[in-house]
Structure formats: C-alpha cells, structure tokens
Design a protein around this ligand. Structure first.
Ligand code: ATR
Length: 273
C-alpha cells in the first residue's frame, strides 16, 4: 500500500492522519498515512530513510519546513516563494519534489467562507514563516492593498520588499495602522504564549472579517477579541488545515477530495460541534 506521513516535532496531536484517511476513503484511494517525530537534528536522515523504504510522499510541519526546503531535489514555484516546504512528493522519475500548499489552503478557506479578496484592503499580522507562505497566494487574488504589521518591524519591511513585485504590499508598525481594513489575518504565533498581537481594538469594526490561522476547541484569544468588538465575520485556521491537506492530497494522487464533510468530521472529532 502507498505510504505517506507527516514529519513534525511535536506531531502527536496532528490531525493530518485523520484528514488524509477520510480523503482516501472518500476518493477510494488505497493508502496509509502515519506520523513521524524525529529528533530535531535527525530529520534529514529520517526523511531519506522514509523514501528509501518506499514512501510516496509526506507532509512536513513545524519545525522542519525550512529544512525540508533545502533537502528536496526540486521546488515548485510557490515553495520557492514561501521559502519553506510542507509537502513532498516522490515523482515517477524518482525526484523529490518540494511544494508548499499552506497559502493555497488559506485562500481556498477564505473563499469557502465567501470572503472577497479582489480589491480588498488586507492587514496581515506577523512576518514569520506562516506570513511568508501566505503572501504570494494572497497577492495573486489582487487585493487593492496588503499591509504587513509585525512586532519586529524590520522583518515586515523585508517581507514587503521581497514581495512588492507581486502587488501593492507595504509594511507598517502596529502604531501606524490606520483606516479601514476589509480583512485582518493573524499569522502570528502570539496565542501559543497566550498573548495577543498588539492590534488597536479601534481597528476592528462591524464590517471587518477576521481570520486567525490558529485554532482550538474554543475561540482563540484573537477571535474572542474580534467578537467583542463586533467583527462581522470571524474564522479560525481549521479550514485552512483541511484545505492545505486537500491541496497536498491532489499533488500526490492527482485527484481533488471534497473538504466540507471532512471539515465537519474534524470539528466533531475536536468537540467543536
Ligand atoms: P511561524 O512559522 O508560525 O510564522 P515564526 O516564523 O516563529 O513562526 O513567526 C512568528 C511570528 O509571530 C513573528 O512574526 C513574531 O513576531 P516577531 O518577528 O516580532 O518575533 C510573531 N509573534 C510571536 N509572538 C508575538 C506576540 N506576542 N505579539 C506579536 N507578534 C508575535
């Protein structure tokens, strides 16, 4: 049977085996999908061993995405732009192809929620790996403006400079932010420390959509804040997780699974509904 898995550390709580098992059942593909948690300095060896032993493809999650970028034989254009790899496929020619489906997953989820990106004014919070992966797919939707705000401002400036060939993208400090945004995307890891990005609540208005790439069984702190201040629409990153997985599954198997039912099952599994 074709074997796939996700590499991460820690990875025990990953929902990827659950999601891909449901995709395989739905599309009647024969495959198994497991977990691998190599020691931080043993990822390269573990990856090599997996493919030497007949593995067909894998996902890569924190903290290995940047390292995976350096270990594959070739990169998709979107992985090159993201500077990170979350999906690896062994091609029929024996080549390890590195791809990145995170940004495509975010855009697919935003669209499935009915969010209009074309001509919109988008605020992206954070300038780490998650922000970098999201930028090209977001700019491809032709927003009127995309502003990056980050605690360490120079990182936002670097990112804006790197992506300015793809659209109108600028960097501002949290203090400089002004005007009315249509969509705010939180890509920071602040909530992992139980913190919030320092966004002035006055920027949250009743016609704004808020997306938090994080998710949990209950509202993230950022989504709670948005709700308190009357945001029109709030979304967490669970849909992005399922959509990036669907995109990876499509890369591997050449068949696109449906995501709605799987997302519902995942919510049930997490106790969200
Ligand atoms: P990831 O791969 O998840 O993006 P990362 O590359 O470590 O992780 O980036 C984390 C991002 O969250 C960074 O933009 C970080 O800001 P700094 O560049 O200033 O470190 C941001 N971040 C983390 N904790 C934060 C907090 N408490 N408030 C605001 N931003 C925070």
């Amino acid at each position: 049977m074709d074997r796939y898995l996700v590499f991460g550390h820690p990875v025990r709580h990953s929902k990827s085996p659950f999601i891909h098992t449901l995709f395989a059942r739905q599309t009647q593909q024969e495959l198994e999908y497991g977990l691998a948690e190599p020691a931080i300095d043993e990822f390269a060896q573990a990856l090599r061993t997996f493919f030497d032993q007949g593995g067909k493809g894998c996902n890569v999650t924190v903290p290995f995405k940047e390292q995976a970028f350096t270990l594959v034989d070739c990169l998709s254009p979107r992985a090159k732009r993201a500077g990170a790899v979350n999906t690896i496929k062994l091609t029929d020619d024996g080549v390890l192809l590195g791809d990145n489906t995170d940004g495509a997953g975010l855009v697919a989820d935003l669209k499935s929620h009915g969010v209009t990106l074309a001509d919109s004014r988008i605020l992206l919070l954070g300038a780490g790996g998650a922000a970098r992966g999201a930028l090209a797919p977001l700019l491809a939707e032709l927003p009127s403006e995309l502003v990056i705000a980050n605690r360490t401002h120079v990182k936002a400036q670097q990112l804006a400079a790197e992506f300015c060939d793809l659209g109108h993208v600028t960097a501002q400090t949290y203090e400089q932010l002004a005007g009315s945004f249509d969509l705010v995307i939180n890509s920071t890891s602040a909530s992992l420390q139980g913190e919030l990005p320092p966004l002035a609540p006055a920027l949250i208005h009743t016609d704004i959509a808020i997306y938090d790439m994080m998710y949990g069984a209950s509202d993230t702190a950022f989504i709670s804040l948005a709700k308190q201040h009357g945001a029109r629409q709030t979304m967490d990153g669970l849909g992005m997780l399922v959509e990036q997985a669907a995109e990876a599954f499509t890369v591997w198997r050449g068949i696109r699974p449906g995501t709605k039912q799987v997302l519902r099952e995942l919510k049930r599994n997490l106790g969200v509904i």
